[in-house]
Design a protein around this ligand. Structure first.
Ligand code: ADP
Ligand code: ADP
Length: 235
């Protein structure tokens, strides 16, 4: 068994005869530390899959396990990043990266020592993605690519064991997207978290992932699973 295990999943949106059978007979196993990519046509259930693996939804049948435990509520070891970075405009980039830490414990001010450690961590992450010195800028002063770099830092501030990426590079121009692929590869190599990337871009999947899952629509299920062998293709 793997780090993320989805077994014989069936999930319908809405009840009765008008319900949409989003996933049926879906099986997926992702090993610890692996970088998995999921590709498939729009509506095949990629976003639904992300919600299942992070515990935001539960299937009608089948089992979801993360880190050896059956998922029955939000998975606290998961970090998430989406296509739209949605940074708070009135906060600096550094403050945006640190936001998840405040949401977890809104009732108490961090001890200054603890806060200093988090600040250091946020600054280290910004350096890792090439944003050293940009922490004091506001998000709207950054380019789209820079905002998405900061967004990745925010997803990683908790040191998640599982990183979920839903089309994070989809809104970027081709050049910036390929720069971010490299950033993502470096982050994964440095931190070693398990990653599930949902993307429409097969080239992106093959460049980034150790294993690619291809899904079909109606009903959504995995129809092909492919290990990517080295040497990796260049983008
Ligand atoms: P993407 O293909 O980029 O994942 P979609 O446009 O398919 O995005 O869906 C975005 C979100 O909108 C989904 O995660 C889902 O929660 C919601 N959604 C999709 N289809 C429907 C629908 N038929 N009815 C209600 N909500 C939907
Ligand atoms: P993808 O991310 O691959 O585009 P989704 O997971 O968003 O696919 O959706 C899978 C299927 O479930 C689609 O047919 C979509 O229209 C449907 N769906 C998604 N969310 C909802 C929802 N909240 N209500 C009804 N149908 C939905």
């Amino acid at each position: 068994s793997g780090f993320v295990d989805l077994r014989n999943i069936r999930l319908t949106y809405g009840g009765g005869p008008d319900g949409t059978l989003a996933l049926d007979g879906l099986d997926m196993t992702i090993r610890k530390g692996e970088f998995a990519a999921v590709v498939g046509p729009s509506g095949c259930g990629k976003s639904t899959l992300m919600k299942l693996a992070t515990g935001l939804m539960r299937p009608q049948s089948g089992t979801v396990e993360v880190a050896g435990k059956e998922v029955n509520g939000p998975v606290s070891i998961a970090g998430m990043a989406f296509q739209n970075p949605s940074m708070l405009p009135w906060r600096t980039t550094l403050q945006n990266v640190m936001l998840p830490l405040e949401i977890v414990q809104p009732h108490r001010r961090k001890l200054s020592k603890e806060r200093a450690a988090y600040l250091q961590k946020a600054e280290d992450l910004l350096s890792l993605v090439g944003l050293k010195g940009f922490g004091e800028k506001f998000p709207w002063q950054l380019s789209g690519g820079m905002q998405q770099r900061a967004n990745l830092c925010r997803a990683l501030i908790h040191d998640p064991a599982l990183l979920m990426l839903d089309e994070p590079f989809g809104a970027l121009d081709a050049f910036t997207r390929e720069e971010l692929w490299q950033v993502m590869r470096d982050l994964h190599a440095e931190k070693g978290f398990t990653t599930i990337l949902v993307t429409h871009d097969l080239r992106e999947a093959v460049y980034l992932a150790d294993r690619v899952f291809v899904m079909s629509a109606r009903p959504g299920r995995v129809i092909l699973e492919k290990q990517i062998t080295f040497p990796r293709p260049r983008p």
